[in-house]
Design a protein. Structure first.
Length: 310
C-alpha cells in the first residue's frame, strides 16, 4: 500500500508543479508582468519545485540527511542521467557558447557555495540569506542574458489560454498538490525504507531524487524530439543552481538543518566531478556520444556505490 501511495504522490507532486508553472505564467501575464521576467523566474525556479517541496517536507520532519541527499541526488541525476541522454539522443546541438559559458560560472559558483555552507554542519541565518540572494542574482542574470531562450520557454508553456480566475484557481490547486504530494512521498518513502532497512540518506537519493528525475527524463526526451535541446540543457543547469541555493535556503528557513558530510564523501565527490565535467563540456562544446558514455559510467559508479552500501 505504501508503494502505491508513493507512486501516486510522486505523480501528484510532479503534476502539481507543472500546473503551478503554467498557471502562474498565465496569471503573471494577466498582471502585466514582463514576459522576460516571467521566463527568467520560471526557468530558474519551475524545474526545482518538486525538490523545494520534498526537501522542505523532509526538514520539517527533522530529517536533515534526507533533505540534503535529495538535493545531491537530484543534482547528480540531472548532470549524468538527463544530460547524458541529451548528448546520446540529440542529432545536433547548436547553442550560444557565450550564454552557456556564463551559465557554467553560475553552476560552479552555486556548487561552491553549497559545499561551503554545509562545511560547518549547521545552516545559519547568514547562510540561507546568502543562498537566497545568490538565486535572486541568478534570476537577474537570466533576465538580462537569456532572452532568446526565455521566448522559446514561454511559447512552450503558454499553449493553453487561461482566464484570471482559472489561473488563480489552478495555481492554488497546483501548490496544494505539490505540498500534499511532497509530504505523502516522504511519509510513504520512510515506511517503504523501513522494510528494506534504508537510512534517511538512502531514502533521499534512491527513492525521492531518482523518483523525481524519471518524469524529468521523459520530458527531456520529449524536448529532444521537439528540437528544443537548448531549453532542456538550460533547465538542467537552472535546476542544479536552484537546488544548491534556494531549495536549501527555503528549507533552512522552515526548520534548522544539521548535517555531517563526512560519511558521504563519495556522493559529494560524484556531484563535484559531474558538475566540473559538464562545465568543461559546455565551455568546449564537446557534445558527443562518447562523452555521454562517460557520463553514464559516472552514473553507474554512483549507483553501484549506493547498492554496495545498503
Amino acid at each position: 500500500m505504501d508503494f502505491v501511495i508513493f507512486v501516486l504522490s510522486m505523480a501528484l507532486l510532479v503534476g502539481g508543479a507543472d500546473i503551478v508553472i503554467r498557471a502562474s505564467h498565465s496569471l503573471a501575464l494577466k498582471l502585466n508582468i514582463s514576459e522576460f521576467i516571467i521566463g527568467a523566474s520560471l526557468i530558474a525556479l519551475g524545474t526545482s519545485l518538486p525538490q523545494i517541496a520534498t526537501v522542505s517536507a523532509s526538514v520539517m520532519d527533522n530529517r536533515g540527511d534526507m533533505a540534503i541527499s535529495i538535493i545531491i541526488g537530484s543534482n547528480i541525476f540531472n548532470l549524468t542521467l538527463l544530460f547524458a541522454t541529451i548528448l546520446l539522443l540529440s542529432k545536433k546541438i547548436n547553442i550560444s557558447k557565450e550564454f552557456f559559458i556564463k551559465n557554467s560560472f553560475w553552476l560552479i559558483a552555486s556548487l561552491s557555495l553549497f559545499i561551503l555552507v554545509l562545511l560547518d554542519k549547521t545552516i545559519s541565518t547568514l547562510d540561507y540569506s546568502i543562498l537566497i540572494i545568490f538565486m535572486i542574482a541568478y534570476i537577474r542574470f537570466l533576465f538580462h542574458d537569456a532572452k532568446d531562450i526565455d521566448k522559446e520557454f514561454i511559447k512552450d508553456i503558454s499553449k493553453t489560454k487561461l482566464t484570471f480566475s482559472k489561473s488563480i484557481f489552478l495555481s492554488i490547486i497546483g501548490v496544494l498538490s505539490t505540498i500534499f504530494g511532497a509530504f505523502f512521498i516522504v511519509d510513504s518513502a520512510i515506511n517503504i525504507a523501513n522494510i528494506f532497512k534504508l537510512n534517511d540518506w538512502e531514502i533521499g537519493i534512491i527513492m525521492i531524487s531518482l523518483g523525481i528525475s524519471l518524469p524529468q527524463l521523459l520530458l527531456t526526451i520529449l524536448a529532444i524530439y521537439k528540437s528544443k535541446v537548448e531549453i532542456a540543457i538550460g533547465n538542467i543547469i537552472s535546476s542544479n543552481i536552484a537546488n544548491s541555493t534556494i531549495v536549501l535556503g527555503i528549507s533552512a528557513i522552515l526548520h534548522p538543518i544539521k548535517i555531517d558530510l563526512t560519511h558521504h564523501i563519495f556522493d559529494i565527490s560524484t556531484m563535484i566531478i559531474s558538475t566540473i565535467f559538464v562545465t568543461i563540456i559546455l565551455i568546449t562544446k564537446s557534445y558527443t556520444r562518447a562523452i555521454s558514455i562517460v557520463m553514464f559510467l559516472i552514473l553507474a559508479l554512483f549507483i553501484d556505490n549506493l547498492i554496495r552500501n545498503i
